[in-house]
Write a protein that binds this ligand. Structure first.
Ligand SMILES: Nc1ncnc2c1ncn2[C@@H]1O[C@H](COP(=O)(O)OP(=O)(O)OP(=O)(O)O)[C@@H](O)[C@H]1O
Ligand SMILES: [Mg+2]
Length: 383
């Protein structure tokens, strides 16, 4: 049996990566021309995959650029962040162990790094510092890439995923100011900062009263176009000796509203339940499976909401346009018009809904199908 051509739950940068030619070109151009770039989109539309693709491309082309990518998801203190940052920068600057040891001596003035070799000393090591010293001299770490780049005649591209996680650190405001002040002046280092909490990211980078305001270009990542998804699905089926017609394939991105993660997931289940030719029956089976697989997640999501918030979702899901009107408030039990406004804000902030030119929509297409089935007994079977 051949492997599924569709992937979800992990970043896709080589296999299963599709389209995004313009975004790849734009991001590559920015990062190689010294323009710091922030990437923002709702969850699972493909930020990490896009950056991974660009990094992969840059690494395979021989150039003066050294790339560093760090996922800050599991980093829980400033100390850990600074140590990891220093380590990854040193590691990317050379593949030679002796250079790493030298870097520890050569590039620090105030701080004294303790370097210990990892299980495989040829590929790994760790750095640590005295915490009190580190706090006093954090800029020495933040400026490390510039110093190494100057000394070695190279340039760094540094990508930090889940950047908004830093804002939970105890002394974040000081760190934030130091990062901005130091990174701003660097000539040989370019940053790509992105993360899955859209509203936190927007607040960090788009708020005039915050240090990172106007740090660089903000790229709002859009969805992949439906036509592109359709041809990707049809081709991927064909390459694995199965068939799906244009018409049937169209259902997949249509049902999933072109949401990257869900299109891959629904395409995968459809592919899996197809023996030779995929039809509506296979799509229906796949959709059942998808909703079933995700329902514990949706259940948990609903449990975090108040009754009036759930009621507001019901109204939105019924395409009610005048949510604050007396009629809607009575019909859906929305509380008061003040609570409608407040709940709208909360749901938007939590990325449950989004305001598309004045119309409120669910952000998660499968959650919406699940929700409609649960509350309105609406069937999502295609006929
Ligand atoms: N260019 C692409 N081509 C095909 N599938 C993609 C592409 N980009 C993303 N995907 C699909 O979407 C899923 C989510 O992608 P990714 O993890 O890159 O998104 P993200 O925006 O970083 O998500 P999060 O906000 O959760 O960090 C992938 O697992 C993959 O299935
Ligand atoms: Mg991501």
């Amino acid at each position: 049996m051949s492997k599924s051509p569709f992937l979800f739950g992990t970043t896709v940068s080589v296999d299963s990566f599709t389209n995004r030619e313009e975004e790849v070109a734009k991001l590559t151009k920015n990062l190689t021309q010294g323009i710091n770039t922030m990437l923002i989109s709702p969850r699972r539309w493909g930020k990490s995959s896009l950056v991974e693709k660009v990094i992969y491309k840059l690494n395979t082309e021989k150039s003066q650029f050294r790339t560093v990518s760090i996922d800050l998801f599991s980093v829980s203190s400033e100390e850990e962040f600074l140590e990891l940052f220093a380590k990854e920068v040193i590691k990317a600057s050379s593949s030679v162990l002796q250079d790493w040891v030298n870097a520890g001596k050569e590039f620090f003035q105030q701080l004294i790094p303790k370097l210990s070799l990892g299980l495989d000393p040829l590929t790994d090591f760790s750095l640590s510092f005295d915490w009190n010293e580190l706090k006093k001299h954090r800029t020495e770490i933040l400026n490390l890439p510039e110093k190494i780049a100057e000394a070695k005649g190279i340039e760094f591209i540094i990508c930090l995923d889940e950047f908004q996680n830093l804002s939970s650190f105890q002394e974040y405001e000081q760190l934030e100011k130091a990062m901005r002040a130091t990174w701003q002046r660097q000539k040989k280092v370019t940053y790509c900062l992105y993360g899955s909490k859209r509203h936190m990211m927007t607040d960090i980078f788009n708020n005039p009263s915050k240090p990172f305001y106007r740090f660089g270009a903000i790229l709002m990542l859009q969805k992949i176009k439906r036509e592109k998804w359709i041809s990707f699905i049809v081709d991927s089926f064909a390459q694995t000796n199965k068939t799906i017609s244009l018409e049937v394939a169209t259902w997949i991105p249509t049902l999933m509203k072109d949401h990257s993660w869900y299109v891959q997931q629904l395409a995968h289940y459809t592919w899996q339940s197809t023996d030779k030719v995929a039809g509506i029956e296979e799509i229906n089976n796949a959709l059942q499976e998808l909703i079933h697989a995700n329902s514990p997640l949706y259940q948990r999501e609903i449990e975090t909401l108040s009754t009036t918030q759930v009621n507001l979702l019901k109204a939105i899901s019924s395409n009610e346009s005048k949510l604050s009107s007396k009629e809607s408030i009575l019909k859906y039990h929305l509380g008061t018009s003040a609570s409608v406004t407040k709940n709208k804000g909360i749901l938007i902030n939590a990325d449950v809904i989004t305001d598309e030119n004045g119309t409120l929509e669910f952000l998660d297409p499968a959650f919406e199908l699940w929700f409609q089935k649960l509350f309105f007994r609406k069937s999502f079977e295609l006929k």
